[in-house]
Design a protein around this ligand. Structure first.
Ligand SMILES: Nc1ncnc2c1ncn2[C@@H]1O[C@H](COP(=O)(O)OP(=O)(O)OP(=O)(O)O)[C@@H](O)[C@H]1O
Ligand SMILES: [Mg+2]
Length: 303
């Protein structure tokens, strides 16, 4: 049970109903696909992308859980007008179950608030960690996609989500500082993965489609040439005043204004990711347990 600020949100009973109705069992061999949202510079739109992409993916029929893994301040709850009572930290301490920590957002999207739990995950011993990851495996039955909102920067723990996830969405704006920092993230990810990493670049707050493409081409060329990294381009999300308006209302813009430019751009990105999820088998050994094991290892644990 958790407090809700906005009256239109589900009550705990409805959350249980959603979770139960979604336990369709583990799909195929591939398991849940993890997608981390990263940026170099802060404030470039990661949390807005994570929340609204989750809503848009849900509309395509994908079951989505957002993990709010910002190691500093939680963001997703603010954007959705909710106030979760429990976080991953309660799960880590064994005080709450996965079902109790999950919060139902609109469109059937679920939120797993990370809070201090992300850091605590890094500090667990091997046995406690395995136990926790067994519990987190419950997510496998309720989600096709785990979408992870991270904090900014090249902090090791933030980048660990990129290393561990099946796919990383890297966000930049057209500003030179943001581009430079995005490249810094690419460099660190390339070094830590031997350039074996799936990255989709999104240019947010572009003033035109062509500005977005130009920024993407520059980053793609540099990544290719200097990092042996092939970066996909997921398109631009144009600068749209409706985003700020929705943030102030604490409603995701995809719900507040489904036809605004930013919503249409997000819908296009969601359609492409849904297609990838349908058609491209993730590499072997994926799924929620292996994601969390990889994460714990790259957070500096597990040998
Ligand atoms: N496409 C857009 N058009 C206009 N404004 C936008 C757009 N995307 C994001 N913004 C604005 O940018 C601000 C920062 O967005 P957001 O909080 O999602 O960034 P962030 O990368 O998660 O930040 P942090 O690094 O602090 O977590 C928001 O308040 C929002 O109003
Ligand atoms: Mg954020």
């Amino acid at each position: 049970m958790r407090e809700r600020v906005a009256p239109h949100h589900d009550q705990a009973g409805e959350l249980r109903r959603i979770v139960e109705s979604r336990r369709r069992g583990v799909r195929g061999l591939s398991g849940l696909r993890s997608i981390a949202v990263l940026s170099g510079k802060g404030g470039v739109g990661k949390s807005n992308l994570a929340v609204n992409l989750a809503m848009a993916l849900s509309k395509t029929g994908k079951r989505v859980v957002i993990l709010d893994a910002d190691l500093g301040m939680a963001n997703v709850d603010l954007l959705c007008g909710i106030s979760p009572k429990y976080t991953l930290a309660h799960l880590v301490k064994g005080q709450r179950s996965v079902d109790e920590v999950l919060v139902a957002l609109d469109n059937g999207v679920l939120l797993l608030p990370g809070g201090p739990g992300v850091q605590e995950l890094a500090e667990l011993g091997d046995d406690a960690q395995s136990l926790l990851i067994d519990k987190l495996a419950a997510l496998e039955g309720v989600a096709d996609i785990l979408l992870i909102d991270t904090g900014a920067g090249i902090h090791r723990n933030t980048l660990s989500f990129g290393v561990a996830a099946d796919l990383t969405i890297l966000i930049t704006t057209p500003e030179p500082t943001s581009i430079r920092d995005a490249y810094g993230v690419l460099k660190t990810l390339a070094i830590n993965t031997g350039s074996k990493i799936e990255i989709t670049l999104v240019v947010n707050m572009a003033t035109s489609r062509s500005e977005g493409s130009e920024v993407a081409e520059r980053i793609q060329m540099a990544a290719n040439q200097f990092l042996s990294l092939s970066v996909a381009y997921g398109g631009a999300i144009l600068l749209d005043e409706n985003v700020g308006k929705a943030v102030r209302m604490r409603i995701p813009f995809f719900l507040a204004n489904p036809t605004c430019q930013a919503s249409r751009d997000i819908a296009a990105l969601a359609a492409e990711l849904a297609r990838i999820d349908d058609e491209v088998e993730p590499p072997a050994g994926r799924g929620v347990k292996s994601f969390f094991f990889r994460l714990a290892r790259s957070l500096g644990l597990g040998g």
